[in-house]
Design a protein around this ligand. Structure first.
Ligand SMILES: C[S@@+](CC[C@H](N)C(=O)[O-])C[C@H]1O[C@@H](n2cnc3c(N)ncnc32)[C@H](O)[C@@H]1O
Length: 273
């Protein structure tokens, strides 16, 4: 099954007012998205997780709150203080969970990698799906039309990065997120070879080739005992399952696999263990 109808439904339910009118991105931001409020000093490690999740759930996207909470916990728990890498940020829902977990644990924040396409970066393929130049990523016409109307036409944004930055600032996590416009391999080439990261979250191009490229571009940047996880490890995305099974679950370098919703989590071994 390609991008499933539930994604279309999620988009409709998020962006329709009274089931009739599509909200513009600017109205959506003004009415819905609120900053996270920290009710106590973070150094005392007291915060209202439920309230924070309520805030982040208002960010457009299809990431389940259970997966969001898992990302928050993992980014706080992953050994070390090095930054987190995310591939596939869209409008910042998963990014915000990762950034909030990092902030709560007083660790470094998130490099948010996405092609953040502008309207001209999309094309209609001969397969009937919309693609981004330079990626196998695909959207149905219906989902593409919803997004394109929301972001570029009604919203008036030149590209997704502009809206992403606005949302991250609005929820109060601007100091924890560094966006990178490009692919995982371009990002890997832009950092020094001795750079290390404590966690990698992959949710970009869901084809076998796309996930494989993300793994091979980034895996050497993950510290020993670091955490790697993949969204949409589910039958709707056979490419994700195939790439993760072949390159992570069958690899002697990873263990401690677990599944939260459709989030597949693995731990990189320490050398010699
Ligand atoms: C499923 S969405 C990510 C959803 C996001 N994690 C959230 O919580 O809402 C996939 C994203 O991957 C991006 N993308 C697609 N192909 C990519 C690639 N090759 N490299 C980087 N990003 C890519 C798309 O622009 C899109 O924003």
């Amino acid at each position: 099954m390609k991008i499933s109808s539930f994604v279309v439904d999620v988009f409709k339910s998020k962006f329709k007012v009274g089931g009739r009118k599509t909200m513009s991105a600017k109205d959506y931001l003004a009415k819905k998205i609120l900053p996270i409020s920290f009710t106590a000093d973070l150094t005392e490690n007291i915060y209202d997780l439920d309230k924070s999740v309520d805030c982040l759930e208002k960010i457009p996207g299809a990431l389940d709150p259970i997966v969001g909470r898992a990302l928050l916990g993992l980014s706080a728990y992953a050994p070390g203080i090095e930054p987190v890498i995310e591939v596939g940020s869209y409008l910042g829902r998963s990014t915000s969970y990762l950034a909030l977990g990092s902030k709560i644990a007083s660790k470094k924040g998130v490099y948010a990698i996405d092609m953040f396409p502008g309207v001209d970066d999309w094309y209609l393929g001969s397969d009937g799906y919309y693609h981004i130049h330079g990626s196998n990523y695909y959207l149905t016409k219906e989902v593409y039309n919803e997004r394109s109307s929301f972001i570029y036409k009604e919203g008036g944004y030149q590209n997704m990065l502009e809206l992403f930055k606005e949302i991250i600032k609005k929820v109060g996590l601007g100091d924890m997120v560094i966006p990178y416009r490009g692919t995982s391999s371009e990002f890997a080439q832009s950092v020094t070879t001795d750079s290390k990261f404590r966690m990698i979250f992959i949710d970009g191009d869901h084809t076998y080739e796309g996930v494989t490229q993300d793994i091979f571009s980034l895996v050497n940047l993950l510290r020993e005992d670091g955490i790697i996880c993949f969204h949409d490890y589910s039958e709707n995305f056979p490419g994700v399952i195939k790439a993760v099974n072949k390159h992570i679950i069958s690899s002697p370098d990873f263990s401690d696999f677990s599944l939260v919703g459709s989030l597949l989590i693995a731990k990189k071994h320490k050398k010699g263990v």
